[in-house]
Every structure is written in structure tokens, then in C-alpha cells.
Design a protein around this ligand. Structure first.
Ligand code: ADP
Ligand code: ADP
Length: 229
């Protein structure tokens, strides 16, 4: 899926979190938003996801308008064909691994072959046999795999990551990074990845978008980004 962000902006209590911004995520492209805490990365991601309403501007998915402040178009999150993975994993503690992954499919109304789809997603992240465990019975890395499986089980067109590895130790971070990246590429997903970690950004992106104080400072392929804030 191709996503186009046009002149999107957002303020909180009259303080700009994101100045008018243009950004295009090409189909199958892995884009990283890099920048210090508070520069507006999460706000931009949340607006793409439909979790935050831009004050102005428009967003298009494969040419179709999914948000327009002017035209009062606001396609709800569950109809935007996206998967999300967050820093805290956001798994339901009272649900098993199986139920956590099935939950997203039910919400997305993809109920046919539910069992098969859950199985496939869990196989993909090497969690076969863990279906009946609860999140607290899993390691951090395993929890992150469940969150990833849940996000991709619905076969989204785009996957949004918000600092997904920050809660893990350095060794696991590296391992998960390589694993998630390979899966995203295999599935041909368009990806947007938010991080403040330059090494992470350099090692996984087709394009890095460097942000500072609510705006884009520079963008380009990793090898063309020399200076970062
Ligand atoms: P980043 O993800 O780069 O750390 P954010 O997008 O979370 O930055 O935040 C950008 C700015 O917007 C910050 O100044 C933050 O305090 C502010 N902000 C974000 N969300 C809210 C909110 N719900 N209410 C008020 N201010 C917010
Ligand atoms: P529904 O909401 O449609 O009733 P269920 O949660 O009952 O869905 O389960 C849907 C299918 O998945 C059923 O065939 C059920 O037996 C199977 N299932 C449920 N839990 C597990 C599990 N832990 N491992 C494997 N299959 C499961």
C-alpha cells in the first residue's frame, strides 16, 4: 500500500506537535522516522493510524482519501488496513497467545479459517506450541513476537512500529530487529518505523526521515544521511 501525507499538522493546547508535513511511503518501502523524544514521530504515526486527528491536511492510501480535515473524511482505524506494534506490546494479559492473535482477526471480521490464520501467524514468528500460554508466561522477545503475529495476521497493507524494541535488552533487540525486518520484506509490507536509535534506523531502512521539533529536517537512503540531530 502506498501512503501519502499532505500538509498534515497537529497542535496540542495550541502548541505545535507537528508542523505542516508532506511524506510519501511507497508500496513495499521500509521508512524510519528518526529523531529525539518529543519531535512529533508518534503523533505522525498515530495520525496515519487514525488514532489522532490532524488539525489540517489530508492522507491518502493507494490514492484514496482516508483523512481530510477539509472534506471531513476520517476512515476509522479498523478500516485502514494496517497493523501496529508498540513498545509495550499491548497484549491482553487475560488472553492466551492464541486468543491475542485471534482477537485482531475477529475485530477485522476475518472469521473464516480463523484457526488456520492464527496458526500461520504463530508459525511465522516461531511460536508454535505456545498457543495456550498467557503473556506473563512468555519472555519479552516472545511477547514481542505475539504482538507482531497479531499485527500481521490480518494481512495488512502497512505495518506501523512505535519503538517496538525499546523494552528488550541489546542482544534480543538485534535478533528481533533482523527477524521482524525479514518478515516485513517477505510479506512485501509497507512499513513505518519510529525510533530515536540511529543505529537501528541505519540498519533497517530503505528511507530515513530525520525529524526535529515537529518538522522533517532531511530524508533519504541511510547512506545519504550523514548528520543527525
Ligand atoms: P515523539 O514520538 O517524537 O517522542 P510525540 O509525537 O509523542 O513525540 O510528541 C510531540 C509533542 O507533542 C511533544 O511535545 C508532546 O509532549 C506533545 N504531545 C503528544 N501527545 C500529546 C497529547 N495527547 N496531549 C498533549 N501534548 C501531546
Ligand atoms: P469463536 O469466537 O468463533 O467462538 P473460538 O475462540 O471459540 O472462536 O475459537 C475458534 C476456533 O479456534 C475453534 O475451532 C477453537 O476450537 C479453536 N481454538 C481456540 N483456542 C485454541 C487454542 N488455544 N489452540 C488451538 N485452537 C484453538
Amino acid at each position: 500500500m502506498k501512503l501519502e501525507i499532505r500538509q498534515v499538522q497537529k497542535s496540542f493546547n495550541r502548541t505545535p506537535a507537528l508542523l505542516p508535513t508532506d511524506l510519501t511511503l511507497e508500496h513495499g518501502q521500509f521508512t524510519t522516522l528518526l529523531g529525539p523524544s518529543g519531535c512529533g514521530k508518534t503523533t505522525l504515526l498515530r495520525m496515519l493510524a487514525g488514532l489522532e486527528q490532524p488539525d489540517a491536511g489530508a492522507i491518502y492510501a493507494d490514492g484514496q482519501c482516508i483523512y481530510s480535515a477539509e472534506k471531513r473524511i476520517d476512515v476509522p482505524t479498523h478500516k485502514r488496513n494496517l497493523g501496529m506494534v508498540f513498545q509495550d506490546f499491548a497484549l491482553w494479559p487475560h488472553m492466551t497467545v492464541y486468543e491475542n492473535v485471534a482477537f485482531g482477526l475477529r475485530a477485522g471480521k476475518q472469521k473464516s479459517d480463523l484457526r488456520q490464520k492464527v496458526k500461520e501467524a504463530l508459525d511465522m514468528v516461531r511460536l508454535k506450541g505456545m498457543e495456550d500460554r498467557y503473556p506473563h508466561q512468555l519472555s519479552g522477545g516472545q511477547q514481542q513476537r505475539v504482538a507482531f503475529a497479531r499485527a500481521v495476521a490480518v494481512r495488512p497493507g502497512v505495518i506501523l512500529f512505535d519503538e517496538p524494541l525499546s523494552a528488550l535488552d541489546a542482544v534480543l533487540r538485534e535478533e528481533m530487529r533482523i527477524e521482524m525486518m525479514a518478515l516485513v520484506r517477505d510479506m512485501g509490507l509497507t512499513a513505518l518505523y519510529v525510533t530515536h536509535d540511529q543505529v537501528e534506523a541505519m540498519s533497517m531502512s530503505d528511507e530515513i526521515v530525520v525529524m526535529e521539533k515537529g518538522r522533517i529536517l532531511q530524508k533519504g537512503r541511510p547512506e545519504t544521511i550523514y548528520a543527525t540531530p
